[in-house]
Design a protein around this ligand. Structure first.
Ligand code: NG6
Ligand code: CA
Length: 508
């Protein structure tokens, strides 16, 4: 794996003329494309060491940008991470920011500043395409009328959504406020908990399934796949999982086409590589580690298509692309799709312990790449940063000062994101079963009694009745709990975490 540090690269690879040209010319405000993948682990990209699958488009992005090794999603699951990403507020401050059912109300207050509203204020055209999973509407949603509030009420000019997740009903797309392709004579009804309608379910009709479930996912069968939740109606509007990557990528490209000419912000949130993993036929069997890796090829293709559009429109030079993932990797997340059996020696979390759902580093330490060919000098950075920092950093990029209530946990890390500085945050709080605290090389996981391993997903959770303290510089795999020998450090970090919690904000 490439292990050159940013400093070495800057010193070695950048001849002075290029260096001064890059720094002297103040670039125009860039377009911003945020590619947010789902459940992609630190080790799932070629440029992060994967060898059993190929991600040429993302590797090229990293080669011309900054590849971060210590960047974090706000949480080890989707909804809280997306909440933190868009609001710049730690998600554990928000009651109810946990994995949401598909009929949940919008959990972001429409008065809150988001990445979209902040960039809109700076004159950007703003679009959101792909997975949402932050709730929609104000209560039990009526999918047959205007579905709002949602992204459009949070600063996005346009949205095309997978409302919750690929494995949750309703299995339909939403464009702006409306379900796409809905026949009013066949209204959609959705229920979580109580069965609704009389369509087959995974529980009662397993013989109809093309992918069997291992845990959960045994409610209404849509496109041969058991889902979480019950749904009836909306037959003409239902998605086909195999086409999902194509459908959302084409919408994202169309948004770029339409917006070119003024600065734009695209939040492109892939379904891949979340379950159910049902790639388009052309990606089936393409990798050397099974369907989970095949859908990683598909995710890389999605990114590549976006890059092609930027190239064609001659926008690449002045577009800041940020690539990341909403939480760490999971192998079996509820479907018997063969991923466990075909994993081989592929290491989805790279060198980090745990994965999705876990308090260990694998839960939130995710791939993170920034690229802006007209401005960023390529390199690798080990700065500690959080996705929660994008709000303040992109505000700084677009010359905006945040009010005291905006992005209360978002630090301006722009110099690190642009590769101008290797300095990261002094501390960062991430969330799984509990909040954990990073401070430099130290990691504190407060007491959180529970099973060491989640039996369903086989995830090492980082649970324990006593506090855990790890020195990631000496022990990146979090194998030696140093808490008993370091009571002072445990006390100091526990106190810092408590201060951050009780202050209600942490932005300097
Ligand atoms: C879990 C689901 C899992 C996945 C996850 C959300 C079961 C048994 N498991 O509850 O399959 O959907 O929620 O993933 O239903 S996330 O990436 O959107 O947070
Ligand atoms: Ca996720």
């Amino acid at each position: 794996m490439r292990r050159r540090t940013f400093v070495q690269l800057a010193a070695g690879a950048c001849a002075p003329p290029a260096f001064s040209r890059l720094n002297a010319a103040p670039a125009r405000r860039p377009n911003i494309v945020l590619i947010y993948t789902d459940d992609v682990g630190w080790g799932d990209l070629g440029c992060y060491g994967a060898r059993r699958l190929q991600t040429p488009n993302l590797d090229r992005l990293a080669a011309r940008g900054v590849r971060f090794t210590d960047a974090h999603a706000p949480a080890a699951t989707c909804t809280p991470s997306r909440y933190g990403l868009l609001t710049g507020q730690y998600p554990w401050r928000k009651e109810g920011a946990t994995i949401l059912p598909g009929n949940a109300a919008l959990i972001i207050d429409t008065r809150q500043t988001t990445l979209a509203s902040m960039l809109k204020r700076a004159g950007y055209a703003t679009g959101c395409v792909g997975k949402w999973h932050l709730g929609l509407g104000t209560g039990d949603v009526d999918w047959n009328g205007d579905v709002k509030p949602g992204p459009l009420e949070l600063g996005f000019d346009y949205c095309f959504l997978i409302p919750a997740t690929g494995d949750r009903v309703p299995c339909v797309y939403l464009e702006n406020h409306r379900v796409v392709g809905l026949d009013p004579k066949d209204p959609i009804r959705v229920s979580y908990g109580k069965p609704i309608g009389n369509e087959p379910t995974g529980r009662d009709n397993p013989e109809l399934l093309k992918v069997k479930h291992t845990h959960g996912h045994d409610n209404t069968i849509i496109n041969g796949i058991g889902r979480i939740g019950f749904m009836t109606g909306g037959k003409s509007a239902r998605w086909k999982d195999e086409d999902m990557a194509d459908v959302i990528t084409r919408r994202a490209q169309a948004f770029i086409e339409k917006s070119a000419g003024r600065p734009f912000f695209l939040y492109f949130s892939t379904h891949d590589i979340h379950v159910p993993r049902v790639p388009h036929q052309r990606f089936v069997g393409g990798s050397q580690c099974g369907v989970r890796c095949d859908v990683m090829h598909q995710a890389d293709w999605c990114a590549g298509e976006i890059f092609k559009t930027l190239d064609r429109l001659k926008l690449t030079e002045n577009t800041l692309v940020v690539f990341s993932s909403d939480n760490g990797p999971v192998i079996n997340d509820g479907y018997a799709d063969g991923s466990v059996e075909t994993l081989g020696d592929h290491k989805p979390a790279g060198p980090w312990r745990g994965g999705k759902y876990s308090n260990f580093e694998g839960g939130t330490r995710v791939p993170f790449i920034t690229s802006w060919p007209g401005r960023i000098k390529p390199g690798v950075s080990d700065a500690l940063i959080g996705q929660v920092d994008l709000l303040a950093s992109l505000a700084a990029l677009t010359g905006q000062k945040l009010g005291p209530e905006e992005g209360p946990d978002s630090f301006n890390m722009l110099p690190a994101l642009l590769g101008d500085s290797r300095r990261g945050r002094d501390h960062l709080v991430n969330q799984a079963r509990t909040q954990n605290l990073r401070q430099g090389q130290w990691k504190l996981i407060p007491p959180n009694p529970g099973p060491a391993v989640n039996k369903n997903t086989n995830t090492e959770m980082g649970s324990g009745a006593e506090a855990q303290l790890y020195d990631l510089a000496k022990d990146p795999g979090e194998t030696r709990n140093l808490a008993p020998q370091n009571p002072e450090r445990v006390r100091a970090m526990t106190a810092l975490l408590e201060r951050i919690r009780s202050a209600g904000r942490s932005r300097p």
